[in-house]
Design a protein around this ligand. Structure first.
Ligand SMILES: C[C@](O)(CO)[C@H](O)COP(=O)(O)OP(=O)(O)OC[C@H]1O[C@@H](n2ccc(N)nc2=O)[C@H](O)[C@@H]1O
Ligand SMILES: Nc1ncnc2c1ncn2[C@@H]1O[C@H](COP(=O)(O)OP(=O)(O)OP(=O)(O)O)[C@@H](O)[C@H]1O
Length: 289
């Protein structure tokens, strides 16, 4: 039997960078939010080893793929003797700031726990997730959460009010490491995550829109001025922010009609654009197919 698992994209409604750590990572405070836009992983039994296939031609299908690494970590930790073939149906743009690889890795962990009939041991899974990448722990749970440390320490938050979300991508990849390297602190005037957390606690959708902030924008904008122009273009229509380390920009809408209008306008201007929405339910979406 084949089994599948959804891997949802994420955005950061706030991303504050507090400083550089001795291990080379940056201490951050961020509000993560899952989107409906997702990849799908399908699992099929094989006698040994880990095989990968994908509809995305540019992605590595070996140990460089985060899905392979997630499967390998789980296999080693639990001494799983059988193998697996995993097919990745990619819909989330790659190296776009939407956490696609991280979400695939988290979906591999979730899906393979069920596929191999392993126990759901949260402590083990979150430790493996943190080894795979800073965003993977959030992608394991999804919804809305406050992230601290390098992003892997999570605190639950009230679900974000529902928004339609337009994503626009300028058509080139951005390296997260390069963006963090270019980060220069901007002094004590940061708003931080507090305002947005308060807005979520009050369920105040207008305050959520006003609280969007991403400290990595300055780094990415200085490396790639086209991303700043894309944000300025979107901001004319709706509250907008760069996703993670970029270069995708998102805009929040109350109605599907208004979101669809911007999406069509962007496409007519030759910009890749997607219409999606926030999701608050716990992730997984696993099914037998
Ligand atoms: C930009 C965000 O997506 C926002 O959620 C994350 O902070 C990045 O998370 P990620 O892609 O899972 O990042 P990782 O794969 O752990 O790290 C990639 C590289 O980004 C830099 N990095 C990442 C996270 C962090 N808190 N500080 C960093 O400086 C490091 O140079 C690291 O080598
Ligand atoms: N399953 C995967 N899907 C996408 N990229 C992967 C995957 N496995 C490894 N990678 C590599 O990870 C790099 C970053 O891709 P990804 O799509 O995760 O970026 P991102 O969305 O900007 O990540 P983040 O927002 O977490 O920083 C790519 O260069 C890609 O080659």
């Amino acid at each position: 039997m084949l089994k599948s698992e959804k891997a949802n994209a994420k955005i950061n409604l706030v991303l504050d960078v507090l400083g550089k750590r001795d291990d080379g990572y940056h201490e951050i405070s961020t509000v993560f939010q899952s989107l409906d836009l997702s990849d799908t992983l399908t699992f099929e039994s094989r006698s040994e080893g880990i095989g990968l296939s994908s509809n995305a031609p540019a992605l590595p299908l070996n140990k460089d793929n985060l899905i392979w690494q997630a499967a390998h970590l789980l296999q080693s930790h639990y001494g799983v003797s059988g193998g697996v073939h995993i097919h990745l149906h990619k819909r989330i743009p790659v190296a776009a700031g939407l956490g696609g690889g991280s979400s695939d890795a988290a979906a591999a962990l979730r899906g393979l726990v069920r596929f191999w009939h392993l126990p759901w041991e949260s402590e083990v899974l979150y430790a493996l997730a943190a080894q795979l990448g800073s965003d993977v722990a959030f992608c394991l749970q999804g919804g809305t959460a406050l992230g601290s440390g390098r992003g892997e320490i999570l605190q639950p938050l009230p679900a974000c009010p529902h928004f339609y979300v337009v994503l626009a991508n300028p058509g080139f990849a951005v390296s997260t490491a390069k963006v963090y390297q270019a980060f220069v602190p901007d002094g004590p005037n940061r708003t931080g995550a507090g305002g947005l957390v308060a807005a979520l606690e009050a369920g105040a959708r207008e305050e959520v829109k006003c609280g969007l902030e991403n400290a990595l924008e300055r780094s990415t904008f200085s490396l790639y001025p086209k991303v700043r122009r894309l944000k300025e273009r979107m901001q004319k229509t709706a509250p907008s922010l760069m996703c993670g380390s970029g270069p995708t920009v998102f805009a929040l809408f109350d109605t599907k009609e208004d979101a669809a209008k911007l999406c069509e306008q962007l496409k007519a201007e030759g910009i890749s654009a997607w219409l999606t929405e926030t999701v608050s339910a716990s992730l997984g979406g696993g099914e037998n197919v």
